[in-house]
Design a protein. Structure first.
Length: 553
């Protein structure tokens, strides 16, 4: 059989939770899939010049001549599925995951497709969220500016049986589905607020991406030390990487008054960095400058530029704020402190955080031994860096250390850097464990405000859990549903939701939630010590779970 080779856009799709749906209602699921194919998918593929190559039970493989057609088809299918699912119970919904890649393929005489182009599309599909689309960098590059879709950078992904990492992007469906309805802008904080966007690499050298990203991180850190500033965390600003930037949209989405953007250009052994400060609402340029340096010591250059940028932005922002608030009382502008925090390795904080996360899951003795190596930050080893302090507080609390002492530690971190989103997030967890539910909600909310994109997942269930312990069950339910939609296989969200429903007397909903939990874990009632200090909270949680699971013991 002769095969021909060509370039094509490949769309791979399958149904999330297909085995669970079939197990619950085989006949109903197959009937629903057939109706979806006939009424939506096949018609949409044809409308966008696609060729349905084959189906595999719950899966589809489609070939397109262009990435624009493939993306339009995927977006319309997912929008149509969202409409169909709006009136269907969450545990009965058919939700597709879609992966799209453009690459070289082999076409057999019978029309079947093979090759890396097909394999990568299938691997990207596995990365997509239920109801979502995941595309490769080739797709994003070819579609940039041609569609009203937003691409959120997921970074380099190591895909199974694919030799080289593939850069992946989440396609944000919400903007395409109703582009005319902009989301409500986040309210501006009381402090002057700024977001530092990823700097553009103008060199064409992929190695300079790391330098540019590190440059931005250093600037964010330097600005965060100016206590009268409200600085958006890098995890949220970096979701704009690789996109055509509209500073007005950034200002609305992140809730900031000012945006800093820039570029990096390499020539020989030297590098030129340009930066400009923009007022988001008007698009007016407030300040611009360039910095030249040698690449012989990259880290020293990054630090020097960061200090210089922070040094000139600070008075520029002061002047802008003074002009903006000329008709307002001078008391609106507060004094600021610039902390000179000793540089030290970031590895300690990150490792502590990772060990703490693992400890929550495994409770291993090996991790206990690791804990003692990092229990007291060594002089010069990062003990005064906000990240190290907050991560140490979180990790040591996971090991059962004195929760009050850990709260003091995280408060110290936030005193150093009030704009440290992960610090507020860690503080929210500590307050939750300590039984301070109101503070847990407040601090998780601050983390979400400082990093609206990156902190959304963990903050949703944290706030939901705190509302649950406050017996505000009706308020907790939507928060926990958001957490489940963001993290479909995170069992804690399901457990809190089931317990919440049980205490509300909604036993059918509670049992349906337990059924969804059992689809990926057999552990309904946690068999490990709970971190909640208030025993009444533990009993409220466990009694709700037992009621939801029908456990009468």
């Amino acid at each position: 059989m002769t095969a021909t080779r060509r370039l094509a856009a490949i769309l791979a799709a399958d149904v999330a939770g297909y085995s669970r749906l079939i197990g619950a209602d085989e006949g109903g699921t197959l009937q629903a899939l057939n109706a979806i194919r006939a009424e939506l998918i096949d018609l949409t593929i044809a409308a966008h010049n696609g060729r349905l190559v084959k189906t595999t039970g719950d899966g589809l493989l489609v070939e397109f001549g262009s990435v624009v057609d493939a993306l339009r088809c995927a977006a319309e299918v997912q929008a149509g599925m969202a409409e169909r699912n709006a009136t269907i119970a969450k545990d009965r919904r058919v939700e597709y995951r879609v992966g799209i890649h453009q690459g070289d393929i082999l076409v057999e005489e019978d029309g079947d497709l093979f090759g890396d182009g097909v394999n990568i599309a299938a691997r990207l599909e596995a990365l997509a969220e239920p109801g979502g689309i995941c595309a490769s960098a080739r797709v994003q590059e070819d579609a940039a500016g041609k569609l009203d879709l937003v691409f959120e950078d997921l970074g380099e992904q190591a895909l199974k049986n694919i030799a080289r990492p593939v850069r992946a992007y989440r396609v944000a469906m919400e903007r395409r589905a109703d582009a005319a309805k902009e989301p409500a802008p986040l309210p501006l904080p009381d402090k002057p607020s700024i977001a530092v966007l990823p700097f553009q690499n103008m060199s064409g050298d992929p190695e300079q991406e790391y330098f540019a990203d590190g440059m931005v991180e250093e600037i964010i850190t330097a600005l965060s030390r100016i206590r009268w500033l409200f600085v958006i965390a890098r995890n949220s600003t970096f979701t704009y990487k690789g996109q055509a930037i509209d500073v007005k949209r950034v200002g609305r989405e992140l809730g900031v008054r000012y945006v800093l953007e820039g570029s990096v250009r390499k020539g020989g052994g030297r590098v030129r960095i340009t930066a400009q400060l923009i007022e988001a609402e008007t698009g007016a340029h407030l300040w611009a400058d360039r910095f030249d340096g040698s690449l012989e010591d990259v880290f020293e250059l990054q630090e020097q530029v960061a200090i210089s940028v922070a040094g000139v932005i600070e008075p520029a922002l002061q002047a802008a704020e003074t002009a903006r608030s000329a008709n307002r009382p001078t008391s609106d502008l507060t004094a600021y402190d610039l902390y000179a925090i000793r540089p030290g390795p970031r590895v300690c904080g990150g490792l502590l955080h990772a060990i703490g996360q693992r400890r929550l899951r495994s409770r291993s003795e090996r991790d206990s031994a690791q804990r003692h190596r990092f229990r007291t930050p060594r002089p010069g080893g990062g003990g005064e860096r906000p990240g190290v302090l907050a991560d140490a507080a979180y990790a040591l609390a996971c090991f059962g250390e004195d929760i009050d002492a850990m709260i003091v530690l995280v408060d110290r971190a936030l005193a150093f850097n009030p704009s440290y989103a992960r610090g507020w997030h860690a503080s929210g967890f500590l307050r939750l464990w300590a039984g301070q539910t109101d503070l847990a909600i407040e601090h998780a909310g601050r983390a979400l405000r400082l990093s609206p994109r990156a902190q959304a997942r963990g903050s949703s269930w944290l706030i939901g859990a705190a509302l649950f312990f406050s017996r505000r069950f009706e308020e907790a339910v939507p928060r926990l549903w958001v957490a489940i939609e963001d993290m479909p296989v995170f069992p804690t969200s399901y457990r809190f939701l089931a317990a919440c429903y049980a205490h509300m007397g909604l036993l059918d909903e509670a049992r349906a939630t337990i059924a969804r939990l059992r689809a990926f874990t057999s552990e309904v009632i946690p068999n490990y010590p709970l971190p909640f200090r208030d025993r009444r909270h533990c009993e409220l949680y466990l009694s709700g779970l037992r009621l939801a699971a029908g456990d009468t013991t």
